[in-house]
Design a protein around this ligand. Structure first.
Ligand code: ZN
Length: 460
């Protein structure tokens, strides 16, 4: 059993898990949680014992909507039955049920998260879990739940509750639009985004793509999110948002604590025989075939683990890692983060998510000697017959081929995709070395000192 919160209250903690309320048509689970959190604070005077959690699950699940993110709200309050009733109505009313959303909603009244729920949540980061297993765990732990549509969201709802996020984590301040502006173009000041991003480096991340001069804070769909500022600190992400001077009148914002940018889905080390389709993880292995560039500029090569089991790895062009992948050679020792994909021919392929070059093999090339007069490569006159220069006809007899070590033109170290190709969970370069520790007391202090939710509307 893991302890969260304290026991100074008579009531137990109520954990609320929500997932899969959105569809490609718009709406989103974070926005619904923002509406619910607003009601919990204003109407029920609920005390939040953690920031709203935005938990991204295994990004390789084939039937996800956009980001595969679930939300958990953890509160203390006196009106649990009334709250459950009201939240259920909101989810039913505001979800895209019938348009691709299959919401799951879970209520767990308990101060400690049970071991099997913690494990279920861990597994949801890198494997595929069934609705049936989720229901079984819910029943066993006295978790009340509601399924809407096909109810797939119950997996994410439980996973979010079971994710304590008690190691590395990040924050994202999400700003929401007013109803009448949804669907309109999002106007932002690119210069401001770039400047704020520079000034807050490395404590904010993936808000501006310097290399391609692209803004990353705004989504492009018809959803109610205006923008999201990602970073290490709730106050800093909020400061970033406030200093953007957005002209559009926004509905408000909410600060989420999240596993985004942590590589949480890649923590498990696997061997080739463990790799099931749509799972994720990392593996220490050796390059087994020469990398081959295919149509579209993607690079394919095979790796083998220490049991000599092989699998192909695909390095996609947009990741910006194909140039590096091309320079790998048979025998190089590497570590890769991957998602397992199933190609149309039923071939399991690892999609590369990061690459660590650990040990490069030495490569030698054998060349004919060079003419001492004109520096041209000489031609062999036949076996053991020496060489002749084709320009000045100089001959040499006794010298054999020259063996020289080739420059590998690649350094050992970490290589990660370009920000534009990042998934929500991808750990970006600036975060390496500044991973956070978790301190419950710090979180409580921050919650009390920051306006982490504002939904009164108006300019932010
Ligand atoms: Zn010559």
């Amino acid at each position: 059993m893991m302890m969260i919160g304290n026991n100074a209250f008579n009531t137990k903690i109520l954990h609320i898990g929500i997932d899969d309320t959105d569809s490609i048509n718009g709406r989103c689970t974070t926005h619904l949680s923002y509406l619910i959190a607003g009601i919990l604070v204003k109407k029920f005077h609920a005390e939040f014992i953690d920031f709203p959690l935005l938990i991204r699950l295994n990004p390789n699940v084939p039937f996800k909507t956009r980001g595969n993110g679930a939300v958990c709200l953890r509160i203390k309050c006196n009106y649990y039955e009334k709250i459950k009733e009201e939240i259920t109505q909101i989810v039913e009313k505001y979800s895209e049920i019938g348009y691709g959303a299959n919401p799951g909603l879970a209520f767990y009244e308990e101060n400690n998260i049970s071991k099997d729920l913690l494990q279920f949540s861990k597994n949801a980061m890198d494997t595929i879990l069934s609705k049936q297993l989720a229901i079984k765990i819910a029943k066993k732990n006295n978790i009340q739940f509601r399924l809407f549509g096909k109810g797939h969201g119950i997996v994410g709802a439980l996973s979010a509750i079971g994710c304590l996020l008690d190691s590395d984590h990040t924050f994202e301040t999400l700003a929401y639009r007013r109803e009448q502006n949804i669907g309109k173009i999002r106007k932002t000041n690119d210069v401001k985004v770039k400047r704020l991003s520079d000034e807050s480096y490395p404590y904010t991340y993936n808000n501006f793509d310097k290399k391609n001069s692209r803004i990353l804070i705004t989504p492009h769909g018809p959803d109610p999110v205006f923008c999201g500022i990602r970073g290490e600190d709730p106050l800093l992400t909020l400061f970033f948002l406030k200093n953007l001077c957005i002209e559009e009148e926004l509905d408000g914002y909410m600060i989420f604590r999240s596993n985004q940018g942590t590589n949480l889905h890649l923590t498990k080390e696997n061997k080739v025989t463990d790799m099931k389709p749509y799972t994720a993880g990392h593996i220490n292995c050796e390059v087994a075939t020469t990398p081959n560039t295919i149509k579209g500029g993607h690079v394919i090569f095979k790796i083998k683990d220490k049991y000599n089991c092989m699998l192909p790895v695909a390095v996609y062009q947009p990741t910006g890692l194909t140039k590096i992948a091309k320079k790998l050679t048979i025998g190089d020792k590497i570590e890769i983060g991957y998602g397992v994909h199933l190609k149309s021919n039923n071939q399991t392929t690892l999609n590369l998510e990061y690459l660590v070059v650990k040990e490069l093999v030495r490569v030698f090339e054998v060349k004919n000697p060079v003419c001492t007069k004109c520096s041209k490569s000489m031609k062999s006159e036949g076996k053991n017959k020496g060489y002749q220069c084709s320009v000045c006809k100089t001959r040499i007899g006794s010298v054999g081929k020259i063996k020289s070590e080739k420059d590998r033109e690649i350094n050992s170290g970490l290589y990660i995709p370009e920000p534009i190709a990042h998934r929500h969970l991808t750990k970006p370069l600036p975060r390496y070395g500044i991973e956070k520790r978790f301190d419950r007391f710090d979180i409580i202090l921050m919650l009390k000192s920051i306006t982490w939710i504002k939904n009164s509307g108006g300019l932010i």
